[in-house]
Design a protein around this ligand. Structure first.
Ligand code: 6GP
Length: 814
């Protein structure tokens, strides 16, 4: 970027005056932040326009990434990094007498997602722009993103997230591209002169979709793609007829209902909400996006549909946007007038579907009754897709096998008929991928085996990745600088080059520099911990971090039980040999997930007791950081010594936090699950600590009949710790307040085999303790982790998608 400090400073001041409308004497940090964003945007918007112009002129094939969630986090530091302006901006801001980091704290996180799948989408749009691929992300412009989490008396309390209450510097409204979306109503069957059937959907309501564009700056800032998020509005802001008839209030009520659609993100991670509003959200954003895709296609091709499949590929981020399949069919058949088989063959060459979980509670189903009410024409189309599939295809492969037919049908028969979105996604897509090797294997063998028999080439794997721009260069600037001093500076776009650090893993000086940076990052995190929780922690202690949504399958409860066991060992033997340890958690629980909230409460109660117990002389500290989110992750990850990846094998599809932590030099304590397996392969088995049952052992144990009581009675320490939950040791005066956790692990059957993996987990931590005692051994492991994580770059994931699925060409925008 050819811009100097002086001119950037001038630009900030100009925008403080003309965009923000204030001056240097009275500007708040927020006003400065807005002015800096405006100065950055001056460069960004120019590139948005140039990118769009180039894509249009070259008439490029593009990928359209449909996702109900985009967990973007903050933009300022990231955009500066990608545009190459970090140093200049920091100097300019310092010359203005301001604290750069403090100003960056003014930016609210854009948290339009729950966790894994939403953050993956954010990394993917970064990589798509960086690699100069024509791409657009489509989603919902939620007024309220994922709730803010407060911790009150140890319990999670949710507050609404008002991320754009006072506007958002990074987005532009595009009223010229508004779409109208039908809902409800009924379908009329008509016949034309030739006797051909025509279906006419008479909607009961029309909703307006207003697009907001957020520029996505690629690293190096050649391509700036956009994320287009739809906001719902009433189709006429004011319904004059009703108003004139004296129905002013009725008209307003309609407006409120229409605007409810994009009001709030459903806060569920890995579960299906099943609510009418959620189905409407899904349809709303898919219908807007499909119309937008067609509008753009028609600018170049008018009514010639013969190039549509060459120009358009649509990736479905899980089944949430699966309704886009019947929607495109509806448009092609009912509106364009193509015949069914032509339209269907187009659809089957346009859609591809990513599966992100095997958990049964996350596999979406909608009641036929609800579908009929909200989307009557789509239900008809789904029935037609289904009957053709069952008759033409299933009967060929599984003649007369009614059981298989029942299983593969899009419609689930039963007390209440349901539409299975997973089956619809597989049937309507040309490729289906899982997100890590083991997960993709299980998608084929356990989730969709018969589909795999029918279409063996349909199923594939693309292992997840994370963007090294945000998750190393920008969040860990000291480590990034050290790396750049030793290897080619283009490692942020060629992450495999980190491998050249391997020989330095034995170099005492490099070890010292690497661990000094880790220590400085831990000092910074210790300040954050003090500010947020008032707990003091020693930066020289081992920082052990578990950050992810709270879910029983992710087994935060296993971590907690082990912490309690360590505490007990220390109480029984004050000389118990272990390094000082700080256990740090960050996790939001879905507001309706009772046990997850109990686990948060238990962590906080155990933390209170341990942190104030002088007998253990600060050897153990436990911290639960409230409101875990992208910007907090950026502070925690660079400071981690140990990364907890302890899901029950077979349950975590991939994980991406595991990649971020290892990339920043944390040692994984993990099960052979998701991408942990590939991380262990890359880092080498000596540089990770693996424990617990593997997928086959889990299956065998479950087949044989798992009994958690066996482990309870068979392990003195485990029994003592579980019994502790029934006392008032951690909840003085309130015995049994934590008992629900014990009950879930014994009386309710311990669905995620926590007790079965306990001893092995405890042993793994003893191994960690030993390794950590030898500074040089630990430093070497940490360096090798950073050096070998090149594979988990989201650029590699995107290239895999391009080669295996999307078949795109990159497009030079410069
Ligand atoms: C998550 C998976 O749980 C996680 O393992 C994976 O890394 C991530 O997706 C990205 O692929 N799944 C979800 O977030 C989800 O809601 C329906 O799945």
């Amino acid at each position: 970027m050819n811009l100097d400090v002086a001119s950037f400073k001038q630009s900030i001041i100009k925008h403080l005056h003309v965009t923000v409308g204030t001056d240097e004497n009275k500007a708040s940090d927020k006003a400065w932040w807005n002015a800096i964003c405006a100065a950055v945007n001056e460069l960004v918007y120019e590139r948005v326009t140039r990118t769009q112009k180039t894509h249009f002129q070259k008439d490029t094939r593009a990928v359209h990434y449909l996702s109900l969630e985009f967990l973007m986090g903050r933009f300022l530091k990231n955009n500066l990094t990608n545009i190459g302006l970090t140093d200049i901006a920091q100097k300019a801001v310092a010359e203005l007498g301001l604290d750069f980091n403090q100003i960056c704290e003014e930016e609210p996180d854009m948290a339009l997602g729950n966790g894994g799948l939403g953050r993956l989408a954010a990394c993917f749009v970064d990589s798509l722009a960086t690699l100069d691929y024509p791409a657009i992300g489509y989603g919902i412009h939620y007024e309220h993103g994922l709730f803010t989490q407060d911790i009150q008396h140890g319990r999670q309390v949710e507050r609404p997230d008002s991320w754009r209450e006072y506007g958002n510097a990074w987005e532009i409204c595009r009223p010229e591209s508004i779409q109208e979306i039908p809902l409800y109503g009924y379908v009329e069957t008509q016949y034309d002169e030739s006797g051909k059937i025509h279906k006419e959907w008479h909607p009961g309501r029309i909703i307006k979709g207003v697009p907001w564009d957020i520029p996505v700056v690629g690293y190096g800032a050649n391509t700036v793609n956009i994320l287009r998020l739809w906001e719902s509005r009433a189709s006429d802001f004011f319904n004059w007829d009703v108003f004139n008839a004296g129905g002013y209030l009725d008209a307003q009520v309609e407006n409120v209902q229409a605007e409810t659609i994009s009001k709030v993100l459903y806060p569920n991670d890995n579960t299906d909400a099943g609510k009418e509003l959620r189905l409407i959200q899904q349809y709303f954003f898919c219908a807007c996006s499909i119309k937008d895709i067609i509008r753009r296609y028609k600018r170049a091709h008018e009514n010639d549909w013969s190039h549509f499949v060459d120009q358009v590929v649509i990736q479905l981020n899980d089944t949430h946007p699966a309704i886009a399949i019947p929607e495109l069919m509806r448009i092609l058949v009912d509106r364009v007038g193509l015949d069914w088989s032509e339209a269907w063959s187009m659809c089957q060459n346009i859609f591809a579907y990513t599966n992100h979980t095997l958990l049964p509670e996350a596999l979406e189903k909608w009641s036929v009754r609800l579908f009929e009410k909200v989307l009557p024409r789509h239900l008809e189309i789904i029935y037609e897709i289904n009957s053709r599939f069952l008759e033409d295809i299933v009967s060929q492969h599984f003649a007369d096998n009614d059981e298989v037919k029942r299983k593969l049908s899009i419609i689930e028969e039963g007390h209440e008929k349901m539409v299975r979105m997973g089956n619809l996604s597989v049937i309507g897509s040309f490729k289906v991928n899982g997100v890590a090797q083991i997960h993709s294997k299980l998608v084929k063998s356990d989730l969709f085996p018969e589909f795999d028999q029918i279409w063996p080439d349909k199923f594939t794997n693309v292992t997840n990745g994370v963007t090294p721009r945000r998750w190393l260069k920008s969040c860990n600037p000291k480590l990034a600088k050290l790396i750049s001093a030793h290897i080619d500076a283009d490692w942020p776009v060629h992450l495999d080059k980190l491998k050249s650090l391997v020989p330095l893993a034995d170099d005492p000086q490099f070890q010292q520099d690497f661990m000094q940076i880790k220590l400085e990052n831990k000092v910074e995190l210790a300040h954050v911990i003090k500010t947020l929780t008032d707990v003091e922690v020693d930066p020289n202690a081992l920082f052990d971090i578990q950050i992810k949504r709270l879910h029983e399958y992710k087994r935060q409860q296993l971590n907690l039980i082990h912490i309690m066991a360590l505490y007990r060992r220390l109480l029984q033997n004050p000389d118990y040999d272990m390094p000082k340890r700080v256990f740090i958690f960050g996790a939001k629980a879905a507001p309706g997930y009772y046990l997850a909230k109990e686990i948060i409460y238990a962590i906080n109660k155990v933390a209170d007791r341990i942190n104030t117990d002088e007998r253990i002389k600060d050897k153990l500290k436990v911290v639960f950081l409230p409101n875990y989110r992208v910007s907090l992750a950026e502070k925690m990850i660079p400071a981690a010594d140990v990364s907890e990846q302890i899901s029950l094998a077979g349950k975590e599809a991939s994980g991406t936090g595991n990649m971020k932590l290892a990339l920043n030099g944390a040692i994984t304590v993990g099960t052979l699950d998701g991408a942990n397996i590939e991380i262990a392969e890359e880092a080498g088995e000596d540089n990770v600590v693996i424990f617990g049952l593997d997928v086959d052992e889990v299956k065998a144990l479950q087949a044989q009949g798992y009994n958690p009581w066996d482990y309870y009675y068979g392990n003195e320490e485990l029994k003592a710790v579980l019994d502790w939950f029934d006392t008032d040791y951690f909840t003085p005066g309130k015995p049994g307040e934590l008992s629900e956790i014990k009950r879930s692990l014994l009386d309710y059957g311990d669905s995620y085999l926590t007790l079965a993996d306990y001893q092995s987990y405890s042993d793994a931590h003893q191994k960690v303790d030993k390794l950590y005692q030898d500074k040089s051994v630990w430093a070497k492991m940490a360096i090798i982790n950073t050096a070998t994580m090149g594979k988990f770059n989201s650029d590699r994931s995107i290239r895999d998608y391009v080669n295996k699925i999307w078949k795109l060409d990159d497009c030079n925008v410069k």
